[in-house]
Design a protein around this ligand. Sequence first.
Ligand SMILES: Cc1cc2nc3c(=O)[nH]c(=O)nc-3n(C[C@H](O)[C@H](O)[C@H](O)COP(=O)(O)O)c2cc1C
Ligand code: SF4
Length: 422
Amino acid sequence: MEEYRGLFSRGAIGGLEIQNRIVMPAMGTALGGFDGRVTDDMIEYYRARAMSGPGIIVVEVACVDAPAGRALLNQIRIDHQRYLSGLSRLAEALKSGGSRAFIQLHHAGRQTNTLITDGIQPVAPSALPCRVSGSKPREATAEDIEDIKKKFIMAGVFAKQAGFDGVEIHAAHGYLLSGFLSPFTNRRTDGYGGSTGNRARIVVEIIGGIRSWCGGGLVIGIRFNMKDFLTGGIEEDEGEAIAGILEKAGADYLSVSSGMYESGHVSIEPQSFGEGWRLGLAERVKKSAGIPVFGGGVIRHPDFAEKAIAGGKADFLFVGRNQIADEKWAEKARKGQADKIRPCLSCNHCLDRTTKSLHIGCAVNPHAGRELRLGKLLRADYPGRILVVGGGPGGAAPQGAYRGVQGIPGRAVEGIRHTGPA
Ligand SMILES: Cc1cc2nc3c(=O)[nH]c(=O)nc-3n(C[C@H](O)[C@H](O)[C@H](O)COP(=O)(O)O)c2cc1C
Ligand code: SF4
């Protein structure tokens, strides 16, 4: 596409060709079964986005050790062979528009609680309570660490067997591995605590283990925090050092993120944050890294994304909530129909639902999470003109929203009206 030449240029990660620079990052949907299986609802949610053709889709947090490492009651699992058939159907669906299929390997660590872990006390690098999840974890023993490493490595093997092109080790946002990396949560005095290298050791060993079991046929990426935005946590200088350690350990790409539950507003931003405000973190990693770097955070418009790629801020851009709000974000950008994109409002209604284990929903996209039940079209039997009255995220356009936004208060739009009981 002429208009977005950089964004739609081909890329490569670890020898794997990627059709463009758009990544749909891992985003929990709570569409999994309560037994941890992939559901048909989940497959159709992802297929709708895959058809639009982003370069990579990273499937949401998949638990490597349930129930102890679960962050959601209905989180998908990748810790037993019995989950492979659902995972392989999911991997197939992800590839239906040419995207590469990755899956995020996850252990919640201290950011869960006993209501979610079936009463098991959460495990963490140190016994530091989490103010947000309410957990009082126990410190991982040497045996726990060996067991956790094996579970991540086995999950990598399962991902490859299920047909995924890559895995993303979740070492960001305060979960177990992020907890090891950060001095805010890691107070250990053994070989897995203290210096930056010691805190990164568990991730380094997991990368090495997955590589030795899966060979070069599986991309191994890491999502990590360049900055925790917490006093006593990872700051940029250390983030850059961690990036170097992970690259040296054999990672194929680095997805640069930030924040923990205690600073969650810099992981999943509310409306007050400007478009691409944290791309500087990725840019800094990109300057020193020899492997591809993903950056993002509140990327709304393809114009902005194009400038970020052209300006060398990152090799790939993650566009998260905007691909929930409009499953055709990538396709519309590619076809030069950016003004038809339905923008995300950063209202976090989606997140509010999923943290309660309710299936994902979106304030501006009634289909999100309901693809299977609603099919492609949602049409009223008797179409009419409606007037949207009111404010708030449902009616207002976010600051900096662009042409084509629907639902501006007081503006009449073609819409759907209820034909039955409300
Ligand atoms: C509903 C929801 C679920 C999320 N789940 C995950 C997840 O499973 N793993 C992860 O690394 N990040 C997760 N995130 C963070 C996103 O991947 C992304 O980094 C964040 O939303 C900022 O990007 P955006 O502004 O483009 O949405 C989630 C975000 C949302 C809104
Ligand atoms: S619910 Fe809100 S934040 Fe989530 S994708 Fe939809 S508009 Fe964006």
